[in-house]
Design a protein around this ligand. Sequence first.
Ligand code: FES
Length: 106
Amino acid sequence: MENITIYMEEESGERTPLEVPTDMGMNLMEILKSYEYPIEAICGGMALCATCHIEVLEGEVGERTEAEEEMLDTLFNTEENSRLACQIRPNDSNHQMVIRLLGEDD
Ligand code: FES
């Protein structure tokens, strides 16, 4: 099993390292749920609910998908680096990436 490490910036500002598999076909939403982050994923990863909304603070995850762009357009708390975790399949280039959970809106 291949793992990379990404960091979740918690509300306290602390960064929690997460071991993330890159060879299990899991998207980032599924991985974050497995770490028990409060993501409802009502749409099952179809870019339709935004409960998996994250901000990428450091690192590069490529372009947003079209469906992702449309969903993010409807939110009040979308940032320049906003992404939907369900649309990201972590790979080696995401090693050391830092993210923050934003959710639907707040
Ligand atoms: S799980 Fe619904 S948008 Fe990502």
